[in-house]
Design a protein around this ligand. Structure first.
Ligand code: ASP
Ligand code: MG
Length: 342
């Protein structure tokens, strides 16, 4: 596998890196694209198998609505005019996932999301402005149970790829022994504060009490011997729906899964706030106007179960498993921040 992980994020005036994407006809006809998309197909089939075997029901959710997930790390929401009403394209299905627990206890979906990421992400090699998530929600689950499920899904999906895609992995020169080893052992669960300390020990000036920066995340990902979870991000770094710890106020009961090999984050998830009064408080604390969330708050006021869930980035998982340089290579029609493409 070739990597260019040393390429820094742009510090100059942000301009989209428009030269990254090849012409669509060249990308679509590239044998590497064909191999990658077959690997992605096996990953999705493996994830579905594992989730359905555990009793989860696959749903389809809206791609537009009056509000969407506000918690997406610096990205802007895309507006659409819905017959004179101000609608959004989904940045994530979180509101619908919680509401869907009125129908089923365990749900999942393979959902498209649009996040208008900052221009400088056109060259991070791990951001797309349009992507898919394997989005999961489980009623009455704890954070640990959610992480167990993430592990199960990824282990099963990667094992399926190893069994079914030998030719494709060989064509992409993926080290399959490494891949096998990555999913063999349990994924470590490391508190956010400890990750901050490790970064500082390496000389990276990561601030405490805030989001792990993208370059820092790449650094810990490059150092990792296996996928691992960062648990307990500080309040303020994520959306209102990540539940705040009662034992450790200021800390959220959430997690990210970090892939090894410099690929960075594959998945975010959490236990959820589900009580009306707490959600209103958290919305206000995060600068959200509760009035915008009328339909969701009506559902919540009448009672939803406590739950935990997560979203696994389909293209990021594919990039890592296929051993690709960049996440755009893991989709037939990539959209990068600020770059015009089909
Ligand atoms: N979908 C994720 C979740 O369920 C959040 C995200 O979209 O990043 O927590
Ligand atoms: Mg995330």
């Amino acid at each position: 596998m070739t990597t260019q992980i040393d390429r820094p994020l742009s510090t100059a005036m942000p301009v989209p890196d428009a030269d990254i994407l090849p012409l669509p006809r060249l990308h679509l006809a590239d044998p590497r694209t064909r191999a990658t998309l077959r690997i992605q197909q096996a990953l999705l089939a493996g994830a579905r198998e594992h989730l359905r075997a555990g009793g989860s029901v696959e749903m389809t959710h809206p791609i537009i609505g009056p509000v969407t997930d506000p918690g997406s790390r610096g990205a802007k929401q895309a507006d659409i005019d819905f017959y004179g009403h101000h609608y959004k394209l989904m940045t994530s299905a979180i509101l619908y996932k919680q509401a869907s627990l009125l129908t089923f206890d365990r749900i999942f979906l393979v959902a498209p999301n649009v996040r208008l990421e900052p221009i400088e992400t056109s060259s991070t090699r791990r951001h797309l402005a349009e992507f898919r998530q394997i989005d999961v929600e489980v009623a009455r689950a704890t954070r640990d149970e959610a992480m167990d499920l993430v592990e199960g899904v990824i282990r099963h999906a990667v094992t399926k790829v190893l069994a079914e895609c030998a030719e494709e992995l060989a064509a992409l020169e993926r080290d399959t022994a490494a891949l096998q080893a990555f999913v063999a052992a349990p994924f470590a669960r490391i508190p956010h504060g400890e990750v901050v300390e490790r970064l500082r020990a390496k000389g990276y000036p990561q601030a405490a009490g805030t989001e792990i920066e993208w370059q820092a995340e790449e650094l810990i990902s490059r150092d990792a011997a296996a996928p691992f979870f960062v648990v307990g991000y500080p309040k303020g770094s994520r959306g209102f729906y990540d539940k705040e710890s009662t034992e450790d106020p200021g800390t959220l009961l959430n997690f990210d899964l970090i892939a090894p090999e410099g690929c960075g984050e594959l998945c975010s998830g959490s236990e959820r706030e589900f009580e009306y009064a707490k959600i209103i408080t958290r919305m206000r604390e995060t600068g959200e106007n509760p009035a915008k969330y009328a339909w969701y708050l009506d559902v919540v006021r009448n009672g939803i179960p406590n739950s935990a869930g997560f979203g696994i980035g389909v293209e990021r998982l594919t990039r890592w498993v296929a051993g690709l340089d960049s996440v755009w290579q893991a989709t037939a029609f990539p959209k990068l921040a600020g770059v015009v493409s089909p």
